[in-house]
Design a protein around this ligand. Structure first.
Ligand SMILES: Nc1ncnc2c1ncn2[C@@H]1O[C@H](COP(=O)(O)OP(=O)(O)OP(=O)(O)O)[C@@H](O)[C@H]1O
Ligand SMILES: [Mg+2]
Length: 229
């Protein structure tokens, strides 16, 4: 773990369009190359907080933020933020795997192609690298052209992580990313998270206390939209 701050959340309040205030004056420092776990009862606002960090809430109009989230020296809540670039730098993995309706290969190659990479060998090497990192390569190397949705849920989640890693994010947000998975996929993903934290800052929401004990460097608890110690 490193002592410099990757994301600094100050006085953050968040209002959903119709339901009003859900986060109330959150202050949270997320340190570089660490794993921060956010825990708390259902409905306390964990997902809402995580989704503020890359402004994915903005996909639905009418929500409102107050306060600041400083990342790379800028308050990302201010107008003019490049959302596509922000979400490349701060990637997200959801509870339910979200593979694209493409082949296994193209799921991982997607971001690279979008960034303009055309060199086929380079793309293949990168796909192999990230599938290996996500502990999936051996299971899929003979069927890279198969549809991603034909994989098991645990394999799909590892594929989604490979896709997220392939665009070289600085931060990855995991929202209960292992709660729908079998113990073996869960354990592979925990190992992966521990390995990537040398390069990537991780924020994870989890209901699994043992999981947080095993891998988190910092544990924070929420209740009713407030962070408690
Ligand atoms: N899209 C939405 N529009 C309006 N209110 C919402 C929306 N999503 C969540 N909420 C409300 O915000 C509050 C916090 O929800 P959130 O999903 O952040 O909780 P959570 O801590 O992630 O819960 P869980 O552990 O069940 O996933 C809840 O009261 C919820 O009803
Ligand atoms: Mg949630």
């Amino acid at each position: 773990m490193n002592n410099s701050i990757e994301i600094d959340v100050q006085d953050l309040s968040f209002y959903y369009k119709n339901d009003g205030l859900v986060l109330n004056n959150i202050a949270l420092s997320i340190y570089k190359n660490s794993i921060t776990a956010i825990m708390g009862p259902s409905g306390c606002g964990k997902t809402t907080l995580l989704r503020c960090l890359n402004r994915i809430h903005d996909l639905y109009p009418g929500n409102k933020y107050n306060g600041s989230i400083v990342f790379q020296g800028r308050n990302i809540l201010e107008n003019g933020e490049d959302m596509v670039e922000l979400r490349r730098k701060i990637g997200m993995v959801f509870q339910k795997p979200t593979p694209l309706p493409l082949s296994i290969f193209d799921n991982v190659a997607y971001g690279l192609k979008l960034q303009g990479e055309r060199d086929k060998e380079e793309i293949s090497a990168t796909v192999e690298k990230y599938l290996t990192m996500a502990s999936l390569w051996d299971e899929v190397k003979d069927k890279l052209e198969s549809e991603a949705r034909e994989l098991s849920t645990g394999q799909q989640q590892r594929l989604v992580i490979a896709r997220a890693l392939a665009v070289k994010p600085m931060v990855l947000l995991f929202d209960e990313a292992t709660s729908a998975l079998d113990p073996s996929s869960t354990s592979l993903i925990e190992q992966l998270i521990e390995e990537i934290k040398n390069r990537i800052t991780v924020v994870m929401v989890t209901h699994n206390v043992q999981q947080a004990e095993r891998i988190a460097d910092i544990k924070r608890y929420m209740e009713n939209g407030i962070l408690v110690q």
